[in-house]
Design a protein around this ligand. Structure first.
Ligand code: FES
Length: 356
């Protein structure tokens, strides 16, 4: 099972007026654990006012580059991001779990693929890592990136993107779309909606069929872009998506579950070769929260069904999973669940955190 490690902040840079780039030094002995697939994120934990706070942030650096860099959009009222903006300093340590997440590209130096990337706002963070890594490690692959923002001043990693374009002028297409700034050409103005995807695709990708697409942004943008790409002929499983947060319907679903019984369930957890058990009601808290009540800390970060930090294998028994934005269909078929979204539906369940 993955655990938190102390990593030192070795650089902190203002990306835009409301976004930061933070670099984390990984000690030599931890590098094998912190190797990542481009697109993955890091769960980070801090203590604030006696409370533990966890967030996940996508890695923006390319595969094989140290220190690891993450992008952080500073949200008004965001407990971690405001702390990072105002208090976190170079030399501080953060508790960081090794990279996680199924939204990633599988690099192969022999690939000759055409990739599409659609990002909105801070959704550029994992897409930047994917684009850099593809261009660097797959010399015959190409990448077309469409990046939506309100205005240039809030566009994250703009210098990195121009530098990438200069370095790979023939293999990278870079297109910005601004919703609140006038543009010389209409195609560069507005939002990335279904019509814009079709327009961009016709203008810049016609006659060129994309092998894979990576989409990161708010939930509505993800759905719109994914549906539009499938309508344009891409296979659904070639379109990979990463959401910022759980859509509202997931929260509503968690509150309206009426199928649970009031009986208790015995939960056995297999972790690092050891077995631990606790009991929990079938109604109410998720497995992650019930375990914490019993003094057993299971991995989690977002608790919203998005980041998949709580992923585990259901070896025996049944659960009801409220929502899932983090597991792929093959993982569901193989019996993986999100413990932060699951409640037992049988007398006993067995969760195997050692199975990957
Ligand atoms: S903690 Fe993020 S999906 Fe469960």
């Amino acid at each position: 099972m993955k655990r938190f490690h102390s990593l030192t902040v070795v650089a902190k840079q203002q990306e835009t007026r409301d976004a930061l780039r933070i670099a984390l030094e990984v000690p030599e002995e931890l590098k094998p654990e912190f190797e990542f697939q481009p697109g993955q994120h890091l769960p980070i934990q801090i203590e604030r006012d006696g409370k533990r706070l966890r967030r996940t942030y996508s890695i923006c650096s390319e595969q094989g580059r140290w220190p690891l860099e993450i992008g952080v959009r500073v949200q008004p009222g965001g407990q971690f991001s405001e702390y990072a903006a105002s208090e976190l300093s170079v030399g501080d340590e953060l508790e960081v779990m090794p990279p996680n997440g199924q939204f990633h590209v599988n690099l192969d130096k022999d690939n000759s693929k055409f990739y599409l990337g659609f990002a909105a706002g801070s959704g550029i963070t994992p897409i930047l890592s994917i684009a850099k890594s593809v261009l660097m490690h797959e010399p015959a692959s190409r990448f077309a990136l469409f990046y939506g923002n309100r205005e240039q001043a809030t566009t994250m990693f703009i210098e990195d993107l121009y530098a990438l374009k200069n370095r790979y002028p023939d293999r990278l297409q870079l297109h910005f779309i601004f919703s609140q700034e006038e543009q010389e050409f209409g195609i560069a103005a507005g939002r990335i909606d279904a019509g814009k995807v079709v327009e961009l695709h016709e203008r810049f990708c016609s006659g060129d069929s994309a092998d894979e697409a990576y989409v990161c942004g708010p939930d509505s943008m993800i759905t719109t872009v994914t549906d539009a790409l499938v309508a344009l002929g891409m296979e659904a499983d070639a379109v990979h998506a990463e959401r910022f947060g759980a859509p509202r319907r997931a929260v509503r679903a968690a509150r309206t579950d009426a199928t649970a019984s009031e009986d208790d369930t015995s939960v056995m957890v297999i972790m690092d070769g050891h077995k631990k058990s606790f009991r929990m009601p079938r109604q109410g808290e998720s497995i992650v929260d019930a375990a914490a009540e019993s003094g057993l800390e299971l991995p989690y970060s977002c608790k919203g069904g998005v980041c998949a930090t709580c992923r585990t294998h259901l070896r025996a028994g049944e659960v009801h999973m409220e929502s899932n934005f983090g597991l792929e269909p093959w993982e569901l078929e193989a019996g993986f669940i999100l413990a932060c979204q699951s409640r037992p539906r049988s007398d006993a369940i067995v969760l195997d955190y050692d199975k990957s």
